[in-house]
Design a protein around this ligand. Structure first.
Ligand code: ADP
Length: 317
């Protein structure tokens, strides 16, 4: 029916290699790595063999080029990535704290990352797209909201589908308008890919069972719940939940796991794989990605994921 498209921030990521709680003392950093949740999703989607295309913007600089070149190498369609001549490519600094948490310093709003719109190449891409994946992190950008709101009816009209990863970030404030948009989108999603507490936040109710019930009532047809090193479970109305254990890996860098999980799951389902098969690829994509530094450095091709699945033991299995 046409490629899977994702709209939003394209960034470079520069990350701390040592654990620490402040930036007052110089820390060791590594990067730049191509990044941005929607770009990571599209990278994994394309690598596993799904048709995938990205809508966003980069600056006319090397940080932009490492992103567009990576996505093109992965096999993604980059025709709808704008190159902004006035603003630099967006960036994110990631630091890992001693309590195991992580936080970001973003430069999105005043970078090329937020400067895209409904240009001819976007319209052309949307008119042949078969699936839209929305990252909640992008909904705080007006440019992303505008494109998503124009794209969705066109994709629906063509018989296409929608998936939503809430991808909430504590650094980003979601105003009342954004929250409302988010709820409306969730209510029309065919597939929801929440992680941890996002399930209850998306449903607006506490308790896993109650949240799933509520989301089904809202019209969601499939929920892939990510549970980090505890694996993932897929829920569908009227069917038994399908769970799969995580793969046993050494976690070097958790950033991008959920996006790779999503890219692999959506691509696999769109290629006609069963829930069980798609879930195995998704768990493998998430796990393989955490074994490498950099948000999309561990995204795997189908061959790499097949090898990874054959060679890697399951946790608790
Ligand atoms: P998010 O990045 O959206 O918070 P998760 O942390 O739940 O998502 O990771 C997504 C998926 O990636 C998990 O469901 C799991 O399959 C895999 N994964 C993530 N972290 C690990 C890990 N440490 N070991 C094995 N698999 C992992």
């Amino acid at each position: 029916l046409g490629p899977t498209i994702c709209v939003g921030e394209i960034l470079v990521e520069i990350m701390a290699t040592t654990i620490g709680d402040g930036f007052r003392e110089p820390i060791d950093l590594i990067g730049p790595f191509p990044s941005g949740a929607p770009a990571i999703f599209i990278s994994q989607c394309a690598r596993i063999g799904g048709m995938a295309a990205m809508i966003g913007a980069v600056g006319e600089d090397d940080f932009g080029r490492i992103n567009t070149e990576r996505l093109a190498d992965d096999g993604a369609d980059i025709s709808a990535i704008a190159v902004d001549l006035d603003y630099p490519t967006g960036s994110a600094f990631v630091r890992y704290r001693s309590d195991g948490s992580r936080d970001f310093v973003y430069n999105i709003a005043t970078s090329a990352a937020a400067r895209f719109g409904w240009i001819g190449n976007v319209e052309a891409l949307v008119s042949r797209a078969g699936h839209l994946h929305v990252m909640g992190s992008g909904l705080s950008m007006q440019s992303a909201v505008d494109v998503i709101e124009r794209a969705l009816p066109i994709i629906r009209e063509r018989g296409g589908s929608l998936s939503v990863d809430p991808n909430l970030r504590k650094e980003i404030t979601y105003d009342a308008d954004t929250k409302k948009r988010f709820r409306n989108l969730i209510a029309t999603a065919d597939l929801l890919l929440p992680s941890g507490e996002e399930l209850e936040l998306a449903a607006g109710i506490e308790g896993e069972d109650a949240a799933i019930e509520r989301l089904f009532e809202m019209g969601v047809k499939e929920i892939a719940l990510k549970r980090g090193s505890a694996g993932a479970t897929v829920f569908r109305p009227g069917a038994e939940p399908v769970s799969a254990a995580a793969f046993e890996v050494e976690e070097i860098d958790p950033t991008g796991a959920g996006d790779c999980f999503g890219g692999a799951y959506v691509a696999s389902r769109r290629l006609g794989l069963s829930v069980e098969e798609a879930l195995t690829y998704a768990n493998a994509a998430g796990a393989r990605n955490v074994t490498r530094r950099g948000p999309m450095e561990g995204a795997g091709t189908r061959e790499e994921l097949d090898r990874f699945i054959a060679e890697t033991p399951r946790l608790g299995g």
